[in-house]
Ligand binder design. Structure first.
Ligand code: AMX
Length: 465
């Protein structure tokens, strides 16, 4: 069987819902072994980068203003990330494919409508839409690697239930580096050309184990420490995850497939992705690198915002009751702003339109829970917040991001424990940042070490007295 590869550069400006024009095709491997496929792709990409750097390595691509050093480096092009690109207006593109395109093209579970996160992982790693067999092979591989070492289970079982789920998640991932094949191979003096292979093995092990860890945390905190049960080797990653969490509704599993796919990657500069890349650049193993990224995701301006949104909406409901008018909403939003807080789930460092990850969750809600009162409230908030933020005049982007919508969907299916929501984000984020880490090692990207400056040094540099 042969397959076609659609070159990503042909579709960069394609609007969502339209299939890319195929003007350039080449046959790609039909192997269901992702490592083997990567082993073929990596030398090609290494050569492409080598050639590109030889010809354009000293080309100037931008200039930096003083404000950008104080302004969180917004807009500075300083990283290479192959897996996804974020356009301020179009939103995220995974290897050139928009979310609607991924929903349409990526393989699904039997009877399912949402893409398998396994298939998105294949796409992120290779740039190619996988076949159903390739996606299924990943499901099987991850199911076979899902066991968590006993010392980690023991550690999780002994955490106090006052410890935030994200702290538990990050600690468990760090403790799992006892299993790192990369760390072991490095200690034994492996040649650097093989780093990517051990990073790949750790990546597959780690992604496979994350749902088990996350489910143990959930059950310990909210289900009286009941057992997560066993993995079904014939089922996909999301099915096993929702089953371990204790959910049986097939629609919840479909939601989880969508959720785990869309939260996976948001190019390289966001806090979690950048942290994984940075820590990984010290050749810390994938467990340590990913745990570091999770500590960043646990911040309220990043991944914790999905928890913050629900906390904020709950306060709103407590204060205003069930049915609220737009005027009441407006006043509540202004009170949030006047008390020096942000409106969680709104704004973005890069996006300047409504996040397509918000839109696809909204579509899921219209399809599966159109009459849910909380969904109606979230939709009403969407009508009111942007105008208030515009009037407030500070936020560069008044539109909702991914976190403004995820909580309401989880609530609908009975997952009401909002402190837990960022863990789900973390499970998903592994797909993108670890696919990138494999490529970091494959391309031999070096220790990251940008130049910092003191205000005194900067003043001198610009000629200020
Ligand atoms: N509510 C109130 N004020 C906001 C705001 C919001 N939702 N978004 C931005 N602002 C304010 C900023 O705090 C900043 O104020 P300051 O000048 O007093 O410091 C000003 O507007 C300019 O900020 P910006 O350039 O528009 O945004 P940014 O790139 O600095 O920050 C983000 C981006 C996401 C941190 C910010 O929009 C925010 O705090 N949003 C709410 C939290 C949130 O939803 N985070 C999740 C983001 C997605 C994710 O990573 N999961």
């Amino acid at each position: 069987m042969s397959f076609i590869r659609i070159f990503s550069q042909n579709i960069l400006r394609v609007k969502p819902n339209f299939l890319p024009a195929v003007s350039s095709v080449r046959s790609v491997s039909d192997s269901t072994n992702l490592k083997e496929v990567l082993a073929n792709l990596i030398p090609q990409q290494q050569n492409e980068v080598k050639e590109f750097r030889k010809n354009y390595g000293n080309k100037v691509i931008g200039e930096i203003q003083v404000d950008q050093l104080y302004g969180g480096m917004r807009g500075i092009k300083g990283l290479v990330t192959e897996t996804s690109v974020l356009d301020a207006d179009e939103g995220i593109e995974f290897r050139g494919y928009s979310i609607p395109q991924c929903q349409k093209l990526l393989p699904k579970a039997p009877g399912g409508e949402e893409p398998l996160p396994e298939s998105l992982f294949w796409l992120l790693c290779t740039g190619d839409i996988p076949t159903q067999q390739q996606a299924d092979a990943i499901s099987k591989d991850w199911a076979s690697r899902a066991d968590v070492p006993s010392h980690v289970v023991h550690m999780l079982n002994n955490f106090p239930n006052t410890l935030h789920p994200m702290s538990q998640f990050s600690a468990a991932i760090t403790a799992m580096n006892s299993e790192s094949k990369f760390a072991k191979a490095y200690a034994e003096g492996v040649h650097k050309s093989l780093y990517w292979e051990y990073t790949y093995e750790d990546t597959m092990d780690l992604i496979a184990k994350l749902p088990t860890i996350a489910a143990i945390i959930y059950r310990n905190l909210y289900r009286e420490g009941s057992s997560v049960g066993v993995i079904d080797a014939e089922k996909d990653w999301s099915f096993n995850f929702t089953t371990m969490l204790g959910y049986e509704d097939e629609k919840f599993t479909e939601l989880m497939r969508l959720y785990l796919a869309i939260h996976s990657d948001h190019e390289g500069g966001n806090v979690s992705a950048h942290t994984v890349h940075l820590v990984g650049s010290a050749l810390s193993d994938p467990y340590l690198s990913f745990a570091a990224g999770m500590n960043g995701l646990a911040g309220p301006l990043h991944g914790l915002a999905n928890q913050e949104v629900l906390v904020w909406i709950t306060k709103l409901q407590e204060q205003l009751g069930g049915e609220v008018s737009n005027d009441q909403l407006k006043e509540f939003i202004w009170n949030t702003l006047k008390s020096g807080q942000v409106v969680p789930g709104y704004g973005h460092a890069v996006l300047r339109k409504t996040d397509p990850r918000y839109m696809c969750q909204r579509e899921f809600a219209f399809k599966h829970l159109p009459n849910d009162p909380l969904f109606k409230l979230v939709a009403q908030i969407y009508e009111v917040v942007p105008d208030v933020l515009l009037e407030h005049g500070k936020a560069k982007n008044p539109w909702p991001n991914v976190d403004a919508h995820s909580g309401v969907l989880l609530q609908h299916f009975g997952m009401t424990e909002m402190n837990y929501y960022t863990v789900l984000f973390g499970v998903s984020r592994a797909l993108g940042v670890l696919a990138s880490l494999i490529w970091d090692r494959a391309l031999g990207l070096p220790l990251e070490r940008p130049k910092s400056m003191s205000t005194k040094g900067l003043k001198k540099l610009v000629g200020s007295s």
